[in-house]
Design a protein around this ligand. Structure first.
Ligand code: NAG
Ligand code: NAG
Ligand code: NAG
Ligand code: NAG
Ligand code: NAG
Ligand code: NAG
Length: 141
């Protein structure tokens, strides 16, 4: 059984390697939960895509949320380990104060962690003031 599994995995890897034009991308598609409660979805994209270790990266974050972002709101961008979900690197920035039902936009540029593993997770979280009101997750592998 294990041998078959390894065999299939090797085929999958070699197929991936023979398609050099296929570029991996950072798709922010996974909803996140606080306990069992889903949080509001926010939109996020990165440039360059995929993120380059140790280089500047710009996150474009936006959405209309049904909760207000107070003047104590923060946007967290967490790079997490794919296996353990432990945080490799975290950036927090002030979130634009926004009324409930209004759209917010934020452009965040900072130096990406220098030691990004080949597989990782990026979580974009909007906290206000200390409640997680919105977020989105991308798995990159
Ligand atoms: C991201 O989404 C695009 C368009 O839907 C898709 O072609 C691509 O395979 C996805 N990439 C990953 C890493 O899931
Ligand atoms: C990132 O951008 C800042 C501000 O423009 C610049 O000082 C820094 O050198 C850049 N870092 C890299 C790794 O390019
Ligand atoms: C960021 O969002 C703006 C619209 O708010 C869009 O024009 C721009 O292309 C986006 N940039 C990236 C890098 O996704
Ligand atoms: C935000 O980031 C700064 C600099 O990395 C850190 O010193 C600070 O403790 C962080 N604040 C919060 C509220 O996470
Ligand atoms: C964010 O940056 C992109 C370029 O990376 C730019 O096109 C866009 O207008 C910016 N959006 C905001 C809201 O500043
Ligand atoms: C966090 O991101 C902001 C951009 O929103 C940047 O100005 C700041 O330098 C970054 N903090 C760190 C510790 O890289």
């Amino acid at each position: 059984m294990n041998r078959n599994f390894i065999f299939i995995l090797l085929i999958a890897l070699s197929v991936t390697n023979t398609i050099p034009l296929e570029k991996r991308s950072t798709n922010f598609t996974d909803v996140c939960y606080y306990g069992v409660d889903p949080r509001e979805i926010i939109s996020a994209s990165v440039s360059p895509d995929p993120v380059i270790s140790g280089q500047n990266v710009t996150f474009n974050v936006s959405r209309t949320l049904s909760n207000a972002i107070t003047n104590k709101g923060l946007i967290y961008i967490d790079f997490c380990d794919d296996d353990s979900s432990s945080i490799i690197y975290e950036n927090n920035s002030t979130a634009p104060q926004t009324a409930a039902g209004s759209s917010f936009k934020a452009n965040l540029t900072f130096e990406a962690p220098a030691n990004l593993p080949s597989s990782y997770i990026i979580q974009v979280l909007v906290m206000s003031p200390s409640d997680l009101i919105g977020c989105i997750i991308a798995s990159v592998s």
